[in-house]
Design a protein around this ligand. Structure first.
Ligand code: NAD
Length: 402
């Protein structure tokens, strides 16, 4: 009997599990994750802003594990030894595999900027997202006692997809934060410091402008073309003048770091040929050096032959990669061959708060409330693709139960 090991129960890992469990064959699956729950990584900003509780973006991994074919191991992966086909776990145990699906996800990227790890909050998993919310609430409570203006200031570092969605959710919560602090809503200041001037380059300028202008109208202050040079306790240091290099400081007691992500550090520790934790995989999503190792999701870089650039990492491509890896393993077990992985994006939509969104679906631009509706459909679809009907009914965004 062949042993298939899946590392990570994110979008890619659970999608692979779903396909493998639905097939018949002489194999057993082991799924490894450090948590006993799956979380919707695209919704972390909602937990960070406090617009959703963690229960709404998580479900138990056991819900999707078929005990007859799969063993779930809750443990942290320390290292992958591809030569001896073994996984080393932090608890000292080892797991052997014939086929491996590496789907260990992302971590926050500091780009070596001083003080980021010590002085900024990251938003990479459920505990770190909850920490952001608890931190904001505690600053609001502090203000009620100390009246320090910096307690009312929140800075989001980086205006990528994550930063923009977080700013939207934070805007929705301004009134609630103001109530805790005992001030008018306008006193809660939301800033975004961003290195480049042309924001959201994945969208055309008009659409990107719509999103940014909406946030501006809700009171978000954008400092664009201002690369962050350091984070000190309660201070964002950014370059204010690109010719002289002169810097300025923005004082705020909540600083959230969303300037991009890299793949899991396990890729680095395990000596994969990787860049920022991402391995440039072959056309069938396998490791260039080991044909039984599939690398999918945020730890994987797969070339888009249309523009000769790797596809951006998104939940959508992670789901498709997980599905492809599973189908390819099954084909391999049956002595069949598969075509190379191809991906056609269905589009992407950024939410800005609960009732607004903007983006591209198919070839059309969408914005406003209809886009928000579409975004909820997209969220429910990814929930359905990893979790199934049960999770959509209990966690889906249209509150079918109520
Ligand atoms: P990103 O790389 O897309 O954006 C990071 C932003 O931070 C960029 O605008 C960059 O210019 C800025 N930045 C980098 N260094 C900086 C510095 N020193 N000072 C100031 N600004 C700086 O990262 P992300 O937003 O975390 O997204 C990661 C990936 O996940 C992307 O591929 C994104 O498309 C995807 N994502 C998709 C969705 C969705 O589809 N709904 C949601 C979230 C993330």
């Amino acid at each position: 009997m062949k042993e298939i090991v899946i590392l990570g129960a994110g979008y890619a890992g659970l999608r692979a599990l779903h396909y493998l469990q639905a097939a018949k064959g002489d194999f057993h699956i082991t799924l490894v994750d450090r948590n006993d729950y799956h979380y919707e990584a695209t919704d972390l900003h909602e937990v960070a802003a406090g617009t959703q509780p963690k229960e709404k973006i998580t479900y138990p991994i056991r819900d999707v594990v078929k005990d007859s074919v799969t063993t779930f191991v809750q443990a942290t992966v320390e290292k992958i030894d591809r030569e001896s086909q073994k996984i080393e776990l932090e608890n000292g145990n080892e797991i052997s595999y014939d086929y491996l699906v590496v789907s260990l996800g992302f971590r926050s990227e500091s780009f070596g900027i001083p003080g980021v790890e010590e002085n900024a909050l990251e938003m990479v998993d459920v505990p770190s997202a909850e920490k952001v919310y608890q931190h904001i609430v505690s600053q609001m409570k502090d203000y009620a006692k100390t009246k320090k203006a910096a307690d009312l200031k929140i800075v989001v570092c980086g205006a990528g997809f994550t930063g923009i969605e977080l700013l939207g959710a934070l805007s929705d919560k301004r009134a609630a934060f103001a109530k805790i602090a005992g001030v008018d809503q306008e006193r809660i200041e939301l800033f975004c410091v961003e290195a480049v001037t042309r924001l959201l380059p994945m969208f055309d300028e008009k659409l990107a402008d719509y999103g940014i202008t909406s946030l501006r109208n809700w009171g978000v202050k954008f400092l664009t073309g201002k690369p962050i040079k350091a984070i000190k306790p309660g201070i964002v240091v950014y370059q204010n003048d690109k010719d002289t290099g002169a810097t300025r400081e923005l004082l705020a007691n909540t600083i959230i770091w969303t300037t991009g992500v890299s793949g899991s550090h396990v890729m680095d520790v395990s000596n994969f040929s990787q860049k920022r934790g991402r391995v440039m995989v072959k056309g069938n999503l396998t490791d260039p050096d080991y044909s039984n190792v599939y690398i999918v999701g945020d730890v994987s870089a797969v070339m888009n032959k249309e523009n000769n650039r790797p596809y951006p990492t998104t939940a959508q491509i992670a789901l498709r990669m997980g599905e492809y890896a599973a189908k390819n393993i099954l084909a391999n077990l049956n002595g069949e061959k598969m075509d190379e992985f191809t991906f056609k994006s269905l589009g992407s939509v950024a939410s800005i708060g609960n009732t607004h969104a903007f983006g591209v679906v198919g070839n059309s631009s969408v914005k406003g409330f209809p886009a928000s509706f579409l975004k909820k459909i997209i969220m429910d679809r990814s929930l359905f693709e990893t979790g199934g009907v049960k999770e959509v009914l209990s966690k889906g965004r249209f509150d079918l139960y109520h």
